[in-house]
Design a binder for this molecule. Structure first.
Ligand code: ADP
Length: 303
């Protein structure tokens, strides 16, 4: 079946946060693509013009570590977003017990993640929903950030769709405290959680509710002192909590290098103002010290 005279619909790839994703062939280029059909039919206004304008901005984002938005169009009351087709994602890599990730492989994956983020932060676009299954991996091994900016355009998905439980594990403490003025630091925190997950091969902070998520963060990193994060006490959902000392980060990541742990601790800094920026993270000595990051084409991937 043809969509918008250009795409030949193939099988459904999965049900995502915003709707169904299916495989298609772009008859204009012969390229295999993934089309995300976003339900907006229920809304009285039909296709929302603010969303369309924002989507147009996303089409301008072009970087080797960002998934390309090839096309966007309304069709039968749904918004269709056409992306380059990707083979797998980082979650599948992390979960695959047959895959061994060397320190150089981990460095390569987190470096590509940060490069994609740096490009978007430079253009003042936040991701806001970073998690391993949003980090797609192409046939050439390049990791690309998917769903950039969608959380902002279509609303925080996890509030609307209950199947979206994993995003909580990557949520920055300022979001859990109900901040309304978050910045690029939320993406850095999430990238830090993903870095930790690559090192551990399991999600680092698996909270079962928002409150439990804070508890998991406190248990791993110690409770933040107001002196460490002065603005914390003014956040809408701030509640006083019992003091928990920070265990040495080393005790949680026995296999990580000192450089890796230093960078990780800077990404998981409580105060978003004191947290390292993506650009600074890319300039951290972890990325210049040995071992060098693995060439993406040589990275281990699921079959
Ligand atoms: P979620 O919102 O849960 O992150 P998505 O809407 O991103 O899920 O995607 C739903 C499904 O479609 C996923 O299982 C994913 O594997 C697949 N998918 C999404 N984007 C692509 C793509 N660009 N290439 C190939 N498969 C994709």
């Amino acid at each position: 079946k043809r969509v918008a005279d250009r795409y030949l619909k193939r099988e459904v790839l999965g049900e995502g946060t915003y709707g169904v994703v299916y495989k298609a062939i772009d008859t204009k280029t012969g390229q295999t693509v993934a089309i995300k059909r976003i339900r907006i039919g229920q809304q009285k206004e039909g296709v929302n013009f603010t969303a369309l304008r924002e989507i147009k901005l996303l089409k301008e984002l072009k970087d080797p570590n960002i998934i390309e938005l090839i096309d966007a169009f309304p069709h039968k009351g749904n918004l269709h977003l056409v992306f380059e087709f990707m083979e797998t994602d980082l979650e599948a890599v992390i979960r695959d017990r047959n895959i061994v990730l060397s320190p150089a492989d981990i460095k390569s994956y987190i470096q590509m993640t940060l490069k994609g983020l740096a490009y978007c932060h430079k253009k003042w676009v936040l991701h806001r929903d970073m998690k391993p299954n949003n980090l797609l991996i192409g046939a050439d091994g390049q990791l690309k950030l998917a769903d950039f900016g969608l959380a902002r355009i279509f609303g925080s998905p996890d509030r609307k769709f209950t199947h979206q439980v994993f995003a909580r594990w990557y949520r920055a403490p300022e979001l859990l405290f109900g901040t309304k003025q978050y910045g690029s630091g939320v993406d850095v925190w999430a990238a830090g959680c993903i870095f930790a997950e690559l090192l551990l091969r399991r999600p680092f902070l698996q909270g079962s509710s928002d409150i439990d998520q804070l508890g998991k963060i406190f248990a791993a990193l110690g409770t933040p002192k107001p002196s460490q994060w002065p603005d914390m006490v003014f956040l809408p959902d701030y509640v006083e909590y019992q003091y928990v000392p920070a265990p040495p980060l080393r005790s949680l990541f026995p296999m990580a290098s000192d450089d890796a742990l230093d960078l990780l601790s800077k990404m998981l800094t409580y105060d978003p103002r004191a947290r390292i920026s993506v650009q600074q993270a890319l300039e951290h000595r972890y990325f210049t010290s040995v071992p060098a990051a693995t060439n993406p084409a040589l990275l281990p991937r699921p079959p």
